[in-house]
Design a protein around this ligand. Structure first.
Ligand code: KE4
Length: 434
Protein backbone atom coordinates (compact mmCIF):
# COMPACT_ATOMS: atom_id res chain seq x y z
CA UNK A 1 0.00 0.00 0.00
CA UNK A 2 1.24 3.48 -0.78
CA UNK A 3 1.67 5.89 2.12
CA UNK A 4 0.67 9.53 1.72
CA UNK A 5 3.70 10.58 -0.32
CA UNK A 6 4.03 14.34 -0.71
CA UNK A 7 6.71 16.25 -2.62
CA UNK A 8 5.71 19.93 -2.58
CA UNK A 9 8.68 21.18 -0.53
CA UNK A 10 11.15 19.28 -2.71
CA UNK A 11 9.52 20.71 -5.82
CA UNK A 12 9.92 24.24 -4.47
CA UNK A 13 13.50 23.55 -3.42
CA UNK A 14 14.30 22.12 -6.85
CA UNK A 15 12.83 25.24 -8.48
CA UNK A 16 15.17 27.44 -6.44
CA UNK A 17 18.20 25.18 -6.95
CA UNK A 18 17.83 25.47 -10.72
CA UNK A 19 18.46 29.21 -10.43
CA UNK A 20 21.95 28.55 -9.12
CA UNK A 21 23.18 25.14 -10.32
CA UNK A 22 22.90 23.51 -13.76
CA UNK A 23 19.93 21.17 -13.62
CA UNK A 24 19.51 22.16 -9.97
CA UNK A 25 22.07 19.62 -8.80
CA UNK A 26 25.76 19.26 -8.11
CA UNK A 27 25.93 15.89 -9.80
CA UNK A 28 23.72 14.71 -12.70
CA UNK A 29 23.17 11.28 -11.13
CA UNK A 30 20.92 12.98 -8.54
CA UNK A 31 18.71 14.79 -11.02
CA UNK A 32 16.29 11.89 -11.67
CA UNK A 33 16.95 12.41 -15.39
CA UNK A 34 16.73 8.69 -16.03
CA UNK A 35 13.43 8.16 -14.20
CA UNK A 36 11.61 11.43 -14.85
CA UNK A 37 9.98 13.60 -12.25
CA UNK A 38 11.83 15.78 -9.82
CA UNK A 39 14.42 14.82 -7.19
CA UNK A 40 13.67 14.60 -3.48
CA UNK A 41 15.61 16.97 -1.25
CA UNK A 42 16.90 15.35 1.91
CA UNK A 43 16.66 16.86 5.38
CA UNK A 44 18.50 14.16 7.33
CA UNK A 45 19.22 10.45 7.47
CA UNK A 46 19.75 7.90 10.22
CA UNK A 47 20.81 4.29 9.89
CA UNK A 48 18.98 2.81 6.89
CA UNK A 49 16.48 5.65 6.58
CA UNK A 50 16.32 8.93 4.69
CA UNK A 51 13.98 11.74 5.74
CA UNK A 52 13.23 14.24 3.00
CA UNK A 53 12.09 17.85 3.44
CA UNK A 54 8.45 16.82 3.00
CA UNK A 55 8.71 14.45 5.93
CA UNK A 56 8.71 11.25 3.85
CA UNK A 57 10.69 8.43 5.44
CA UNK A 58 12.40 6.19 2.91
CA UNK A 59 14.42 3.00 3.22
CA UNK A 60 17.67 4.05 1.57
CA UNK A 61 19.29 1.83 -1.10
CA UNK A 62 21.59 4.50 -2.51
CA UNK A 63 23.63 5.16 0.64
CA UNK A 64 25.16 8.24 -1.00
CA UNK A 65 26.06 6.02 -4.03
CA UNK A 66 28.04 3.66 -1.82
CA UNK A 67 29.82 5.41 1.08
CA UNK A 68 27.25 4.78 3.81
CA UNK A 69 27.95 1.06 4.31
CA UNK A 70 27.60 1.44 8.09
CA UNK A 71 24.33 3.33 7.76
CA UNK A 72 23.79 7.06 8.05
CA UNK A 73 25.10 9.08 11.03
CA UNK A 74 26.90 6.18 12.67
CA UNK A 75 27.65 7.47 16.21
CA UNK A 76 31.37 6.61 16.08
CA UNK A 77 31.83 8.26 12.70
CA UNK A 78 29.89 11.36 13.76
CA UNK A 79 31.88 11.71 16.95
CA UNK A 80 35.21 11.32 15.10
CA UNK A 81 34.24 14.14 12.73
CA UNK A 82 32.98 16.35 15.57
CA UNK A 83 36.20 15.91 17.55
CA UNK A 84 38.36 16.60 14.48
CA UNK A 85 36.38 19.75 13.71
CA UNK A 86 37.25 21.28 17.09
CA UNK A 87 40.93 21.13 16.10
CA UNK A 88 40.42 23.03 12.82
CA UNK A 89 39.10 21.66 9.55
CA UNK A 90 42.34 22.00 7.59
CA UNK A 91 46.00 22.81 8.09
CA UNK A 92 47.67 22.55 4.70
CA UNK A 93 50.38 20.66 6.52
CA UNK A 94 50.95 16.95 7.12
CA UNK A 95 49.09 15.26 9.98
CA UNK A 96 49.52 11.86 11.62
CA UNK A 97 45.91 11.02 10.77
CA UNK A 98 46.87 10.78 7.09
CA UNK A 99 49.43 8.09 7.90
CA UNK A 100 46.88 6.35 10.15
CA UNK A 101 44.33 6.16 7.34
CA UNK A 102 47.02 5.17 4.83
CA UNK A 103 48.20 2.37 7.12
CA UNK A 104 44.62 1.12 7.54
CA UNK A 105 44.13 1.07 3.76
CA UNK A 106 47.35 -0.91 3.23
CA UNK A 107 46.22 -3.40 5.91
CA UNK A 108 42.83 -3.88 4.20
CA UNK A 109 44.14 -3.93 0.61
CA UNK A 110 47.56 -5.68 0.59
CA UNK A 111 48.29 -4.83 -3.07
CA UNK A 112 48.48 -1.19 -1.97
CA UNK A 113 52.04 -0.81 -0.69
CA UNK A 114 52.01 3.00 -0.95
CA UNK A 115 49.24 5.46 -1.74
CA UNK A 116 48.23 9.07 -2.16
CA UNK A 117 45.02 10.47 -0.65
CA UNK A 118 43.01 12.80 -2.91
CA UNK A 119 39.49 14.25 -2.73
CA UNK A 120 37.34 12.12 -5.04
CA UNK A 121 37.24 8.97 -7.10
CA UNK A 122 37.69 11.09 -10.21
CA UNK A 123 40.92 12.55 -8.88
CA UNK A 124 42.08 9.06 -7.99
CA UNK A 125 41.52 7.61 -11.47
CA UNK A 126 42.86 10.71 -13.21
CA UNK A 127 46.05 10.52 -11.15
CA UNK A 128 46.43 6.76 -11.60
CA UNK A 129 46.20 7.13 -15.38
CA UNK A 130 48.81 9.92 -15.35
CA UNK A 131 51.11 7.78 -13.20
CA UNK A 132 50.70 4.78 -15.51
CA UNK A 133 51.56 6.93 -18.53
CA UNK A 134 54.46 8.59 -16.71
CA UNK A 135 55.88 5.31 -15.44
CA UNK A 136 55.64 3.47 -18.78
CA UNK A 137 56.28 6.37 -21.14
CA UNK A 138 53.31 5.10 -23.15
CA UNK A 139 50.13 6.96 -24.17
CA UNK A 140 47.36 4.47 -24.90
CA UNK A 141 44.87 3.33 -22.26
CA UNK A 142 42.25 0.59 -22.44
CA UNK A 143 38.87 1.03 -20.75
CA UNK A 144 35.60 -0.84 -21.15
CA UNK A 145 32.25 0.39 -22.43
CA UNK A 146 29.84 0.90 -19.53
CA UNK A 147 32.57 1.37 -16.96
CA UNK A 148 32.56 4.78 -15.30
CA UNK A 149 35.69 6.15 -13.72
CA UNK A 150 34.58 9.69 -12.89
CA UNK A 151 34.61 12.73 -15.15
CA UNK A 152 38.21 12.39 -16.32
CA UNK A 153 38.47 13.66 -19.90
CA UNK A 154 40.40 10.65 -21.19
CA UNK A 155 37.96 8.26 -19.50
CA UNK A 156 34.71 10.06 -20.28
CA UNK A 157 34.33 7.97 -23.40
CA UNK A 158 31.65 5.27 -23.59
CA UNK A 159 31.23 5.86 -19.87
CA UNK A 160 28.59 4.42 -17.58
CA UNK A 161 26.59 5.81 -14.65
CA UNK A 162 24.85 9.10 -15.34
CA UNK A 163 26.83 9.52 -18.58
CA UNK A 164 25.20 6.38 -19.98
CA UNK A 165 21.83 7.42 -18.72
CA UNK A 166 21.80 10.83 -20.17
CA UNK A 167 23.12 9.57 -23.48
CA UNK A 168 26.34 11.52 -23.19
CA UNK A 169 28.90 8.74 -22.89
CA UNK A 170 31.19 11.00 -24.90
CA UNK A 171 30.80 14.47 -23.41
CA UNK A 172 31.11 17.72 -25.37
CA UNK A 173 34.37 19.33 -24.34
CA UNK A 174 36.32 16.09 -24.44
CA UNK A 175 38.53 16.75 -27.43
CA UNK A 176 39.60 14.23 -30.05
CA UNK A 177 43.16 14.94 -28.95
CA UNK A 178 42.31 13.79 -25.46
CA UNK A 179 40.30 10.70 -26.33
CA UNK A 180 42.41 9.53 -29.27
CA UNK A 181 44.60 7.42 -26.99
CA UNK A 182 41.65 5.79 -25.24
CA UNK A 183 40.75 2.35 -26.58
CA UNK A 184 37.23 1.20 -25.70
CA UNK A 185 36.67 -2.55 -25.50
CA UNK A 186 33.79 -4.76 -24.45
CA UNK A 187 33.68 -5.77 -20.78
CA UNK A 188 34.23 -9.50 -20.22
CA UNK A 189 35.53 -9.91 -23.80
CA UNK A 190 39.07 -11.11 -23.09
CA UNK A 191 39.63 -12.08 -26.72
CA UNK A 192 39.21 -8.45 -27.79
CA UNK A 193 41.82 -7.41 -25.24
CA UNK A 194 44.20 -10.11 -26.45
CA UNK A 195 43.79 -8.90 -30.04
CA UNK A 196 44.42 -5.29 -28.99
CA UNK A 197 47.56 -6.20 -27.09
CA UNK A 198 48.78 -8.30 -30.02
CA UNK A 199 48.32 -5.27 -32.26
CA UNK A 200 49.93 -2.58 -30.12
CA UNK A 201 50.51 -3.94 -26.64
CA UNK A 202 53.84 -2.18 -26.26
CA UNK A 203 52.07 1.17 -26.66
CA UNK A 204 49.55 0.47 -23.90
CA UNK A 205 50.23 2.30 -20.63
CA UNK A 206 47.39 0.69 -18.70
CA UNK A 207 44.13 -1.18 -18.57
CA UNK A 208 41.59 0.35 -16.19
CA UNK A 209 38.34 -1.33 -15.23
CA UNK A 210 35.78 -1.83 -12.53
CA UNK A 211 36.69 -5.40 -11.43
CA UNK A 212 33.07 -5.75 -10.37
CA UNK A 213 31.16 -3.28 -12.50
CA UNK A 214 28.47 -1.12 -10.91
CA UNK A 215 28.06 1.71 -13.39
CA UNK A 216 26.16 -0.18 -16.04
CA UNK A 217 24.24 -1.80 -13.21
CA UNK A 218 26.01 -4.62 -11.38
CA UNK A 219 27.93 -6.82 -13.82
CA UNK A 220 30.31 -9.49 -12.54
CA UNK A 221 33.57 -10.48 -14.24
CA UNK A 222 33.25 -13.74 -16.15
CA UNK A 223 35.58 -16.57 -15.05
CA UNK A 224 39.10 -15.88 -16.27
CA UNK A 225 38.52 -12.27 -17.34
CA UNK A 226 40.43 -10.57 -14.52
CA UNK A 227 43.12 -13.23 -14.52
CA UNK A 228 43.51 -12.83 -18.28
CA UNK A 229 43.94 -9.07 -17.97
CA UNK A 230 46.55 -9.60 -15.27
CA UNK A 231 48.58 -11.90 -17.52
CA UNK A 232 48.38 -9.58 -20.54
CA UNK A 233 49.50 -6.55 -18.52
CA UNK A 234 52.37 -8.54 -17.01
CA UNK A 235 53.45 -9.89 -20.40
CA UNK A 236 53.42 -6.48 -22.10
CA UNK A 237 54.65 -4.32 -19.18
CA UNK A 238 51.35 -2.43 -18.96
CA UNK A 239 49.83 -1.26 -15.65
CA UNK A 240 46.65 -3.04 -14.45
CA UNK A 241 44.43 -0.56 -12.62
CA UNK A 242 41.44 -1.82 -10.62
CA UNK A 243 39.00 1.02 -10.13
CA UNK A 244 37.53 -0.06 -6.78
CA UNK A 245 35.98 3.29 -5.95
CA UNK A 246 32.65 1.46 -5.66
CA UNK A 247 33.67 -2.15 -4.88
CA UNK A 248 36.42 -1.23 -2.42
CA UNK A 249 35.47 -2.09 1.20
CA UNK A 250 31.96 -2.81 -0.23
CA UNK A 251 32.03 -6.36 -1.63
CA UNK A 252 34.73 -7.41 0.87
CA UNK A 253 37.13 -5.57 3.17
CA UNK A 254 39.78 -6.00 0.48
CA UNK A 255 37.40 -5.30 -2.38
CA UNK A 256 36.94 -7.29 -5.58
CA UNK A 257 40.65 -8.12 -5.72
CA UNK A 258 40.25 -10.07 -2.45
CA UNK A 259 37.29 -12.03 -3.83
CA UNK A 260 38.91 -12.87 -7.19
CA UNK A 261 42.47 -13.09 -5.85
CA UNK A 262 43.94 -10.96 -8.66
CA UNK A 263 46.61 -8.41 -7.73
CA UNK A 264 46.46 -5.15 -9.73
CA UNK A 265 49.44 -2.83 -10.03
CA UNK A 266 47.35 0.17 -8.95
CA UNK A 267 43.97 0.47 -7.22
CA UNK A 268 41.73 3.50 -7.02
CA UNK A 269 39.42 3.99 -4.05
CA UNK A 270 36.74 6.47 -3.00
CA UNK A 271 33.29 6.50 -1.40
CA UNK A 272 33.55 4.20 1.68
CA UNK A 273 37.21 5.11 2.29
CA UNK A 274 36.05 8.58 3.39
CA UNK A 275 33.02 7.42 5.38
CA UNK A 276 30.87 9.89 3.47
CA UNK A 277 33.40 12.73 3.46
CA UNK A 278 35.43 13.59 0.34
CA UNK A 279 38.30 11.11 0.15
CA UNK A 280 39.73 9.39 -2.89
CA UNK A 281 42.89 7.32 -3.01
CA UNK A 282 45.19 5.78 -5.58
CA UNK A 283 47.89 3.36 -4.59
CA UNK A 284 49.65 0.12 -5.32
CA UNK A 285 53.19 -1.00 -6.10
CA UNK A 286 55.72 1.12 -4.18
CA UNK A 287 58.03 1.28 -7.21
CA UNK A 288 55.21 3.00 -9.10
CA UNK A 289 53.97 5.25 -6.31
CA UNK A 290 57.53 6.44 -5.62
CA UNK A 291 57.42 8.05 -9.07
CA UNK A 292 54.86 10.58 -7.81
CA UNK A 293 56.13 14.06 -6.84
CA UNK A 294 57.98 14.85 -4.63
CA UNK A 295 59.46 11.32 -4.45
CA UNK A 296 59.44 11.14 -8.24
CA UNK A 297 58.52 13.35 -11.20
CA UNK A 298 54.83 12.58 -11.90
CA UNK A 299 52.92 15.63 -10.73
CA UNK A 300 49.81 15.46 -8.56
CA UNK A 301 48.68 17.78 -5.76
CA UNK A 302 45.62 18.94 -3.78
CA UNK A 303 44.88 21.62 -1.19
CA UNK A 304 42.50 19.48 0.85
CA UNK A 305 43.98 16.05 0.18
CA UNK A 306 44.18 14.13 3.47
CA UNK A 307 41.86 16.65 5.12
CA UNK A 308 41.62 16.12 8.90
CA UNK A 309 37.81 15.78 8.99
CA UNK A 310 37.74 13.43 6.02
CA UNK A 311 40.57 11.27 7.35
CA UNK A 312 38.81 11.11 10.75
CA UNK A 313 35.63 9.82 9.09
CA UNK A 314 37.61 7.38 6.95
CA UNK A 315 39.60 6.03 9.90
CA UNK A 316 36.47 5.52 12.02
CA UNK A 317 34.73 3.76 9.14
CA UNK A 318 37.59 1.45 8.19
CA UNK A 319 38.31 0.58 11.83
CA UNK A 320 34.68 -0.53 12.27
CA UNK A 321 34.77 -2.50 9.02
CA UNK A 322 38.06 -4.17 10.01
CA UNK A 323 37.24 -4.84 13.67
CA UNK A 324 33.57 -5.76 13.39
CA UNK A 325 33.25 -6.83 9.73
CA UNK A 326 29.60 -6.65 8.58
CA UNK A 327 30.18 -8.64 5.38
CA UNK A 328 28.51 -11.90 6.36
CA UNK A 329 25.44 -9.98 7.56
CA UNK A 330 25.41 -7.80 4.42
CA UNK A 331 25.68 -10.91 2.24
CA UNK A 332 22.69 -12.45 4.05
CA UNK A 333 20.57 -9.33 3.44
CA UNK A 334 21.72 -9.20 -0.19
CA UNK A 335 20.71 -12.83 -0.67
CA UNK A 336 17.34 -12.20 1.03
CA UNK A 337 16.65 -9.23 -1.27
CA UNK A 338 17.73 -11.05 -4.42
CA UNK A 339 15.58 -14.10 -3.64
CA UNK A 340 12.60 -11.99 -2.63
CA UNK A 341 12.69 -9.75 -5.71
CA UNK A 342 13.23 -12.76 -7.99
CA UNK A 343 10.25 -14.71 -6.68
CA UNK A 344 8.01 -11.62 -6.61
CA UNK A 345 8.92 -10.73 -10.22
CA UNK A 346 8.42 -14.33 -11.34
CA UNK A 347 4.99 -14.49 -9.70
CA UNK A 348 3.92 -11.51 -11.81
CA UNK A 349 5.58 -12.51 -15.06
CA UNK A 350 8.10 -9.69 -14.99
CA UNK A 351 11.17 -10.50 -17.11
CA UNK A 352 14.32 -9.69 -15.18
CA UNK A 353 17.99 -10.38 -14.60
CA UNK A 354 19.58 -9.82 -11.19
CA UNK A 355 23.30 -9.54 -10.45
CA UNK A 356 24.76 -9.31 -6.96
CA UNK A 357 28.03 -9.16 -5.12
CA UNK A 358 27.43 -9.04 -1.38
CA UNK A 359 25.40 -5.92 -0.60
CA UNK A 360 25.71 -4.46 -4.11
CA UNK A 361 22.93 -5.54 -6.45
CA UNK A 362 21.00 -4.54 -9.57
CA UNK A 363 17.54 -5.65 -10.71
CA UNK A 364 17.50 -5.32 -14.52
CA UNK A 365 14.28 -5.22 -16.53
CA UNK A 366 15.85 -7.52 -19.08
CA UNK A 367 15.06 -11.03 -20.28
CA UNK A 368 18.63 -12.20 -20.77
CA UNK A 369 21.87 -12.56 -18.81
CA UNK A 370 24.01 -9.40 -18.76
CA UNK A 371 27.79 -9.56 -19.10
CA UNK A 372 28.55 -6.25 -20.82
CA UNK A 373 27.17 -2.80 -21.67
CA UNK A 374 25.48 -3.93 -24.87
CA UNK A 375 23.44 -6.47 -22.86
CA UNK A 376 22.63 -3.95 -20.10
CA UNK A 377 21.64 -1.30 -22.63
CA UNK A 378 18.77 -3.55 -23.79
CA UNK A 379 17.10 -3.22 -20.37
CA UNK A 380 13.75 -1.45 -20.22
CA UNK A 381 14.31 2.09 -18.97
CA UNK A 382 10.56 2.76 -18.90
CA UNK A 383 9.81 -0.26 -16.72
CA UNK A 384 12.61 0.74 -14.40
CA UNK A 385 11.21 4.28 -14.10
CA UNK A 386 7.75 2.93 -13.13
CA UNK A 387 9.37 0.55 -10.63
CA UNK A 388 11.43 3.39 -9.16
CA UNK A 389 8.47 5.72 -8.63
CA UNK A 390 6.19 2.94 -7.47
CA UNK A 391 8.71 2.18 -4.74
CA UNK A 392 9.20 5.85 -3.85
CA UNK A 393 5.45 6.10 -3.22
CA UNK A 394 5.83 3.09 -0.91
CA UNK A 395 8.74 4.57 1.05
CA UNK A 396 11.59 2.81 -0.72
CA UNK A 397 14.43 4.84 -2.30
CA UNK A 398 16.23 2.92 -5.03
CA UNK A 399 19.09 4.29 -7.18
CA UNK A 400 17.41 6.59 -9.72
CA UNK A 401 18.77 4.72 -12.75
CA UNK A 402 18.68 1.25 -14.26
CA UNK A 403 22.44 1.56 -14.76
CA UNK A 404 23.44 1.84 -11.12
CA UNK A 405 23.91 -0.58 -8.24
CA UNK A 406 21.83 -0.50 -5.09
CA UNK A 407 23.62 -0.71 -1.76
CA UNK A 408 22.48 -2.31 1.49
CA UNK A 409 23.99 -1.01 4.73
CA UNK A 410 24.79 -2.72 8.03
CA UNK A 411 21.93 -0.66 9.50
CA UNK A 412 19.31 -2.36 7.29
CA UNK A 413 17.36 -5.17 8.92
CA UNK A 414 15.68 -8.29 7.52
CA UNK A 415 12.38 -6.52 8.20
CA UNK A 416 13.47 -3.62 5.96
CA UNK A 417 14.28 -6.13 3.23
CA UNK A 418 10.91 -7.85 3.64
CA UNK A 419 9.11 -4.49 3.43
CA UNK A 420 11.06 -3.71 0.26
CA UNK A 421 10.12 -7.03 -1.31
CA UNK A 422 6.44 -6.60 -0.42
CA UNK A 423 6.42 -3.11 -1.97
CA UNK A 424 8.24 -4.36 -5.06
CA UNK A 425 5.66 -7.13 -5.45
CA UNK A 426 2.85 -4.55 -5.43
CA UNK A 427 4.73 -2.59 -8.12
CA UNK A 428 5.40 -5.67 -10.25
CA UNK A 429 1.66 -6.42 -10.13
CA UNK A 430 0.87 -2.95 -11.49
CA UNK A 431 3.53 -3.24 -14.21
CA UNK A 432 1.92 -6.32 -15.66
CA UNK A 433 -1.57 -4.86 -15.42
CA UNK A 434 -0.58 -1.87 -17.60
P1 KE4 B 1 33.65 10.48 -7.69
O1 KE4 B 1 34.52 11.47 -8.47
O2 KE4 B 1 32.18 10.66 -8.01
O3 KE4 B 1 33.94 10.47 -6.20
O4 KE4 B 1 34.05 9.00 -8.20
C1 KE4 B 1 33.99 8.70 -9.56
C2 KE4 B 1 33.87 7.19 -9.72
C3 KE4 B 1 34.99 6.48 -10.11
N1 KE4 B 1 34.94 5.14 -10.24
C4 KE4 B 1 33.81 4.45 -9.99
C5 KE4 B 1 33.81 2.96 -10.15
C6 KE4 B 1 32.64 5.13 -9.59
O5 KE4 B 1 31.50 4.42 -9.35
C7 KE4 B 1 32.66 6.53 -9.45
C8 KE4 B 1 31.42 7.34 -9.07
N2 KE4 B 1 30.20 6.62 -9.02
C9 KE4 B 1 29.00 7.37 -9.31
C10 KE4 B 1 27.77 6.48 -9.12
N3 KE4 B 1 27.83 5.28 -9.81
C11 KE4 B 1 28.91 8.60 -8.48
C12 KE4 B 1 27.56 9.26 -8.42
C13 KE4 B 1 27.62 10.63 -9.01
O6 KE4 B 1 28.24 10.81 -10.08
O7 KE4 B 1 26.99 11.52 -8.40
Amino acid sequence: MTNTFVQSNSIAAFQKAQNYMPGGVNSPARAFGAVGGQPLFMARAEGAYLFDIDGNRLIDYIGSWGPMILGHAHPQVVSAIQQAATRSSSFGAPTEKESELAELITQCVPSIEKLRLVNSGTEATMSAIRLARGATGRARIIKFAGNYHGHVDSLLVAAGSSAANLGVPDSPGVTAGTSQDTVILQYNNLASVERTFAEFGHEIACVILEPIAGNMGTVLPQPGFLQGLRKLCTDYGSILIFDEVMSGFRVALGGAQEIYNVRPDLTTLGKIVGGGLPVGCYGGRADLMDQVLPAGRVFQAGTLSGNPLATAAGIATLQLLRDTPPYAYLDQLGKQLLEGLSSAASRHGVEFHIARSGSMLTFFFNDRPIINWEDADRSSRSSFAKYFWGLIHRGIYMPCSQFEALFISAAHTPADIDATIDSAEEVFATLKSE
